[in-house]
Design a protein around this ligand. Structure first.
Ligand code: PMV
Length: 376
């Protein structure tokens, strides 16, 4: 499988202007992607739960312009112009241009809104880049098939689900690696793995094997510890895996953890799930602490929360466990059956470690969806 398949045939139709909109969720990795090669190719496979409520809604208004060899776009977050977002989007446009050859034929107005607070420390790159990729793909589909007007849902056979779902994930990956795992739900794997059929470095695939019912509607309560800008971006962190002393064994370990999760998902073995997920989170941060230069993203409150989760599990037999992103916030994962008990624990013991007592209740979701606009 290679990227060539995503280069379209010459477009048949010409469209003067239009507007497309998508909403796309964030995701939380169970086996972490940390380290990449050129073109956003991951150095190890990863798998994540797609979230339900933490998402980005993006509208893309496009107007035909003369192709003068430049990209032309403006970006708004919550109605406010955000020129600071432009360099990242320009890089994204450059990376995807050969797969979306219409990009320089239009001026784009990108209007975006996150359901989670911008300064919550929750990365909006996965949801934001996947929503933008889907919008661009919807524009392309209008150039290929005039019957497709404002949107082409990923799940519609008529719009070619196979290709469009894959291409959406492929494009999203070129925006932000983990964004390729946000197109579908509820478990998405990304990165070539010998025991996962259809897995590829090019895009995320819906986890293709049996998943025990205990994982249905799994809960993720996100404890907001540090809500500021990260001191070290994930781009820098990924790059520090080049020449890292533990890189090779870490990449191998990720593959092994993914193999082990196959059995966990099938049998619903939550004890082993807890062990793998927490070990993955700590390994991710261990990689940061042992990079050169080294850096630390967790905070004292992150550790306090982790200690309390361990004590809670020991005293109650709960299967709640934590995972971490590239930041200080703690994702508390647990089965739906434990919801009341765990939320009581959160309110009673963990909120005191959260910035302004804030946390977000989310659960696993089904992936991105088009937002139907009324055509003018
Ligand atoms: O997609 P990026 O480049 O922001 O990297 C995300 C990396 C982690 O969130 C730390 C792990 C993951 O697999 O999502």
């Amino acid at each position: 499988m290679d990227a060539q398949q995503f280069i379209p045939n010459p477009y048949i139709y010409s469209v003067e202007k239009g507007k497309v909109s998508w909403q796309s969720p964030s995701n939380i990795a169970l086996v972490k992607y940390w380290g990449k090669k050129q073109d956003q190719i991951p150095t190890n496979p990863s798998i994540s739960f797609t979230l339900n409520d933490c998402k980005t809604m993006t509208s893309l208004t496009f107007t035909k312009k003369e192709n003068d060899g430049n990209f032309s776009f403006e970006v708004y977050l919550d109605g406010e112009k955000k020129d600071s977002f432009k360099p990242k989007i320009e890089t994204f446009f450059k990376r995807v241009e050969s797969y979306l050859p219409f990009l320089k034929d239009y001026h784009f107005k990108i209007e975006t809104h996150n359901t989670f607070p911008h300064s919550s420390g929750i990365a909006s790159s996965a949801s934001g880049m996947s929503a933008l990729a889907l919008c661009l793909l919807s524009v392309e589909q209008q150039l290929i098939d005039k019957a497709v007007r404002s949107v082409a849902p990923v799940s519609t056979k008529a719009s070619g689900v196979e290709t469009s779902g894959k291409k959406a994930s492929f494009l999203a990956r070129l925006g932000s690696g983990s964004a390729c795992r946000s197109i579908e739900g509820s478990l998405v794997e990304w990165g070539t793995h010998p025991e996962i059929e259809g897995s590829t470095d090019l895009f995320g695939v819906k986890y293709p094997y049996e998943v025990h019912e205990v994982f249905q509607n799994y809960q993720d309560t996100i404890l907001l510890v540090d809500v500021g800008e990260k001191k070290v971006s994930s781009t820098v962190g990924h790059n520090l895996m080049h020449g890292h002393s533990y890189a090779e064994s870490r990449f191998k370990q990720a593959g092994e953890n993914l193999s082990a999760l196959k059995d966990v998902f099938k049998r619903g073995d939550l004890d082993r799930f807890v062990e793998i997920v927490e070990s993955e989170a700590l390994t991710l941060h261990a990689m940061m602490m042992t990079s050169l230069p080294y850096f630390i993203l967790i905070k004292p409150n992150t550790l306090q929360i982790i200690e309390k989760i361990w004590a809670f599990r020991k005293s109650t037999g709960s299967k709640a466990c934590f995972t971490l992103d590239a930041g200080a916030n703690v994702h508390l994962l647990y089965p739906e059956t434990e919801k009341d008990k765990v939320l009581q624990f959160v309110q009673g013991e963990l909120v005191e470690h959260c910035k302004d007592g804030k946390y977000i209740c989310d659960s696993v979701g089904l992936g991105a969806q088009p937002i139907i606009e009324n055509e003018e």
